[in-house]
Design a protein around this ligand. Structure first.
Ligand SMILES: [Zn+2]
Length: 268
């Protein structure tokens, strides 16, 4: 069992999209969330995360960490350059590059090679930035799992998180063989694909996250927006799926998050 003093890290929360951030942070703090990684998806969200982090310093829990990215679903041609200028200017303050990647599931992308090429070009620039600043990458890879992995490998990236992995097992095998990791969200409770991936991957290659504010089942099975405190649901689902003690799963998840994002050790 997990004791009351246990802390946990949410490795993926889009706080910019949470209506009451102060309440979400209070709930996270009360629940023992020590650190939250904030992946941006466009210029506005990257900027908002920078502001949130600047306001929330001085030993306040949970600690907020920046990840800078332009999500494949948020590419607007006129905003690409301003977004990259912003990301470059703030990369020194970030713990990762992302959320970036490829998503060929979107209706407007499926049959449009120009849109796919646009995603590839933007993803490629993120990988260059990650190399330059020696940062890990948070990869969104829905419907383009193999190609996303190939691009990460070709770019010589040393640390990559294949976020909310729900793809085929052969690609997952190659992700793990390359020394990369996956992350799981509370979808572990209900998604067959996510559960399959989490069963296949070893615990030491699985980060836990919420993808806040993605909707999750509420107490009466209604759908409610997630917040970082819900990372405990991911952890509990993972421990149950793997048949291990929650404390064991927690220790592994925290150790991986700290080493992957180079987070300082929890003090006190
Ligand atoms: Zn996300």
């Amino acid at each position: 069992m997990i004791d009351e003093l246990s802390t946990i890290i949410d490795t993926h929360a889009h706080l910019y999209d949470v209506p009451d951030v102060a309440a979400a942070l209070r709930a996270a703090s009360d629940a023992g969330v020590s650190d939250i990684i904030l992946p941006g998806v466009d210029l506005v969200s990257n900027r908002r995360h920078c502001e949130l982090r600047a306001k929330h310093t001085g030993g306040l829990q949970p600690r907020l960490h920046l990840a800078l990215g332009l999500h494949p679903g948020n590419i607007i041609p006129d905003e690409i350059e301003p977004c990259f200028s912003f990301m470059r200017a703030h990369a020194g303050e970030a713990v990762a590059i992302g959320e970036t990647g490829l998503d060929f599931f979107y209706k407007w992308v499926r049959k449009d090679d120009t849109k796919k090429d646009e995603q590839r070009a933007v993803f490629g620039r993120h990988l260059e930035l990650a190399r330059e600043f020696n940062l890990p990458v948070i990869v969104h890879c829905r419907g383009a799992w193999r190609e996303a992995l190939d691009m990460v490998k070709a770019a010589g990236i040393s640390a990559a998180d294949f976020h909310w992995y729900s793809g085929p097992e052969d690609v997952l095998k190659d992700i793990l063989d390359a020394g990369f990791v996956i992350s799981c969200s509370p979808a572990l409770e209900y998604s067959a694909e996510v559960r399959k991936a989490a069963l296949y991957a070893p615990l030491e290659s699985i980060l836990v996250e919420t993808d806040t504010p993605v909707m999750i089942p509420g107490p009466a099975r209604e759908r409610v927006p997630s917040t970082p405190k819900d990372v405990w649901r991911t952890l509990r689902a993972l421990a149950a799926l793997k048949g291990v003690d929650e404390a064991v799963a927690l220790k592994g998840a925290n150790a991986l998050a700290r080493s992957f994002f180079h987070l300082p050790d929890f003090e006190g």
